[in-house]
Ligand binder design. Structure first.
Ligand code: S3P
Length: 170
């Protein structure tokens, strides 16, 4: 299997599921947010504060272009990365893209109390999630090769399902 890319909204579980899936399939794992933080020696929050979102999006695209050289890797990407049109061609070429889909209620539950996501700071959490989801949902669906619903499923169940889906197709 070449690479698997996990996309979805903040709180969808991309990092947790990605790590577990990579372990299960004996693949490497990269998380774009973690990689950017490592390379910039800086948190995502601070990058947004000091350099701004536009600059962060450039970092994502530049990293994605480098990840085109990966093989046998599970890549979980930040929730806003698939929204940028310039990233679509990279995503298509890098590997198979799976949208980890979650209902708004699930996301609110998972994201409440969680600091560190600049786009969710200030204002009412549910309202912010609703607004962003309206803009992004159709893009995620369009970019993904496969959509997997994650509500009321444990990480283990999700990884089992992913393994079945991906191995049936390979
Ligand atoms: C963002 C999602 C975050 C992170 C940044 C912006 C977004 O990643 O990249 O805060 O625009 O949805 P996660 O989806 O891993 O939380």
């Amino acid at each position: 299997m070449k690479n698997i890319i996990l996309i979805g909204f903040m709180g969808a579980g991309k990092t947790t599921i990605g790590q577990k899936l990579a372990r299960r399939l004996a693949m490497d794992f990269v998380d774009t947010d973690q990689q950017i933080e490592k390379e910039q020696h800086c948190t995502i929050g601070k990058i947004f504060r000091d350099k701004g979102e536009v600059q962060f999006r450039r970092m994502e695209t530049e990293l994605l272009s480098r990840l085109s050289g990966c093989e046998h890797t599970v890549i979980s990407v930040g929730g806003g990365l698939p929204v940028q049109t310039e990233n679509h061609e990279y995503l298509k070429n890098i590997g198979k893209t799976v949208y980890l889909k979650a209902e708004k209620e699930t996301l609110v539950e998972r994201l409440k109390g969680g600091a560190g996501r600049p786009l969710l700071q200030g204002g009412e959490l549910e309202h912010k999630i609703t607004e962003l989801m309206q803009k992004r949902e159709s893009i995620y669906e369009r970019v993904a090769d496969t959509v997997l619903k994650t509500d009321r499923k444990s990480p283990g169940q999700i990884v089992d399902e992913l393994e079945r889906i991906l191995c049936d197709e390979c």
